[in-house]
Design a binder for this molecule. Structure first.
Ligand SMILES: *[C@@H]1O[C@H](CO)[C@@H](O)[C@H](O)[C@H]1NC(C)=O
Ligand SMILES: *[C@@H]1O[C@H](CO)[C@@H](O)[C@H](O)[C@H]1NC(C)=O
Ligand SMILES: *[C@@H]1O[C@H](CO)[C@@H](O)[C@H](O)[C@H]1NC(C)=O
Ligand SMILES: *[C@@H]1O[C@H](CO)[C@@H](O)[C@H](O)[C@H]1NC(C)=O
Ligand SMILES: [Zn+2]
Length: 523
């Protein structure tokens, strides 16, 4: 039988197997061979290309050659010991290993790779913090940006500061600076980009010192610390703080944290300020944009600092946007930022976050979480195309994992959002994807009958499909498993191994000769 026919048969068999959920289709199987005569092939999410790849997989040569090819690639990847002029850190909030593994299937098949999964060097980051086994996004931002572990809920302050401590939050002895400051001190430019509110925990790690991540606006500070605490909220620190006021690019959501509610009905502040206007007034070379059109039309020639706030709250989930949303994608923000920062001959540091992967998971919206993961990967692909591996270190990681599970023995080619084959003892199907805990419990549990509902009757293809959980909790939780780190560019090989999350900025600083620690150019 020619290879061509083998491929064809396998394609047909795999397409048909989606309709025969419980049996895999093996080429040695008579039924399988005959099924190639089936007149109308059901299409499975445009996966033709993917299916024909699986056909190759039956031949041992395919795997032997793939293995050899990988070794060849490794042999031809010399360690890059140049100095990193630029450092780009990409953070997939809540992007545990199950998340990017499952997202591959959404991309086109299990054998696909997201852009960053092709990076030459990888390692594992241990995410526990000073007081919790499983961390939050504030303490982890302090770790991967400032180089120290701290307590949950705190940003840019040491482990001596407890969450919400109104006194110690103002004690500068406890402050730790981020790699953005190290880069600014070295004459580089710095920026921050996110799909969440720009004052949310992860981006705040770039520029804030605060004992409570929820102090995004002054109203929050007032309710926790009183009216005269002199504690600066996160939005205020972004516009007037030591690091915030020097950032060249600031793009994300969260307009509401910047404007007093009496000046704008959507504003959340209560100190009478309009921090956006204050930013604009700081210099005639500051520019402010609030939609995709304005971002695209901006002539950056006469602009030194760019603030873009594209929603009052978080930016919309990519799957829920349309033309009218007029909101840039993470890739579009990435392109503008890199164009903007590249003008500094000394280089730059930029932090770019795919922040809503985490939000999708907390609500058990697996489709949204995985789609946001693909959007994140697109931005990384673009950053790689816009920069040179010779002088730009790109590091991709997550802050923490989730209780997201990816299990059961689904056949190749199955819908990743579909059921796994086989029946649990209650006779009802179960899904490939799920969560150990979360808010969707009641939806999937028939309280009167004391049994599970059939999940396939509830999960019907909506972006906000909730996925099943084992334990009822108002919000699905983070996971404590290690997250992956992917690195490309100068000194990317440092990022191999299993290490504590707070070592990441030390490695980036080494590669880029920042701060006063060990640096590549001191040799
Ligand atoms: C400020 O923080 C330092 C370092 O943690 C500590 O030694 C000092 O007692 C603190 N000062 C006050 C006034 O709490
Ligand atoms: C900001 O302030 C308002 C009160 O004006 C509050 O309701 C809101 O939750 C605050 N925090 C955030 C993160 O928006
Ligand atoms: C910004 O400058 C304009 C023009 O000088 C002024 O009218 C406005 O009050 C200023 N806004 C703020 C928030 O400082
Ligand atoms: C941007 O502005 C500069 C200086 O004002 C001008 O020379 C240039 O032509 C402008 N570029 C575009 C694309 O409009
Ligand atoms: Zn979270």
């Amino acid at each position: 039988m020619s290879r061509h026919i083998v491929v064809l048969i396998a394609v047909v068999c795999l397409l048909l197997s989606s309709g025969r959920a419980l049996s895999g289709c093996n080429l040695d199987d008579e039924d399988c061979r005959e099924s190639r005569m089936h007149p109308d092939l059901p299409s499975v999410n445009g996966r033709m290309e993917y299916q024909s790849k699986i056909a190759d997989e039956e031949a041992s040569d395919y795997w032997l050659e793939q293995g050899k090819q990988f070794v060849r690639e490794k042999l031809h990847t010399p360690a890059n010991t140049k100095i990193a002029k630029n450092v780009i850190m990409f953070l997939g909030d809540g992007m545990g290993i199950t998340t990017h593994s499952a997202a591959r299937t959404l991309l086109g098949g299990e054998e696909q790779s997201l852009a960053f999964e092709k990076f030459p060097h990888t390692g594992l980051s241990r995410t526990y913090n000073v007081n919790k086994i499983v961390p939050d996004s504030a303490s982890t931002a302090t770790a991967y940006l400032c180089g120290i572990k701290a307590n949950s809920g705190t940003i840019g302050v040491s482990g001596y500061v407890d969450r919400s401590d109104c006194l110690q939050t103002r004690n500068v002895s406890n402050y730790v600076s981020s790699i953005a400051k190290w880069a600014l001190d070295a004459g580089k430019s710095a920026g921050v980009v996110t799909t969440t509110r720009i004052t949310h925990a992860s981006p705040a790690g770039v520029y804030a010192h605060v004992a409570e991540r929820n102090w995004e606006n002054d109203s929050e500070v007032k309710s926790d610390c009183g009216a005269d605490s002199n504690v600066e909220d996160i939005a205020y620190q972004l516009i007037h703080g030591e690091v915030g006021s020097k950032l060249s690019v600031i793009l994300g959501g969260g307009r509401r944290e910047f404007v007093d509610t009496t000046l704008n009905a959507n504003g959340k502040r209560s100190d009478g300020r309009n921090l956006i206007e204050e930013f604009i007034n700081q210099s005639s070379r500051n520019a402010y944009v609030e939609n995709l059109e304005e971002l695209n039309n901006l002539n950056i020639t006469n602009v030194d600092r760019l603030l873009g706030l594209f929603q009052d709250n978080h930016m919309l989930y990519h799957l829920e946007t349309d033309e009218q949303s007029n909101q840039p994608t993470l890739a579009e923000m990435t392109r503008k930022s890199i164009e903007f920062l590249s003008r500094n001959e000394q280089g730059y540091f930029i932090f770019i976050e795919g922040g809503r992967i985490d939000h999708g998971h907390h609500d058990t919206y697996a489709r949204l979480a995985l789609d946001e993961t693909l959007e994140f990967a697109k931005a990384i692909q673009l950053a790689r195309e816009l920069t040179e591996e010779a002088d730009t270190l790109i590091v991709v990681t997550a802050d923490h994992s989730h209780s997201f599970t990816y299990s059961g023995y689904a056949n190749r080619g199955n819908d990743i959002f579909g059921p796994a084959p086989g029946k649990p003892s209650d006779g009802k199907p179960y899904m490939t994807l799920g969560y150990a805990n979360g808010p969707s419990y009641d939806k999937f549990y028939d309280v009167e009958q004391h049994q599970r509902q059939d999940p396939t009757t509830i999960i019907t293809g909506k972006p906000r499909d909730e996925f099943p959980v084992t334990i009822p909790l108002a919000s699905e939780t983070h996971g404590g498993d290690d997250v992956a780190v992917f690195a490309s560019g100068p000194w990317a090989h440092l990022f191999t191994g299993v290490y504590d999350q707070n070592t990441i900025p030390h490695m980036m600083a080494y590669a880029s000769c920042l701060a006063d620690g060990q640096i590549a150019c001191s040799k």
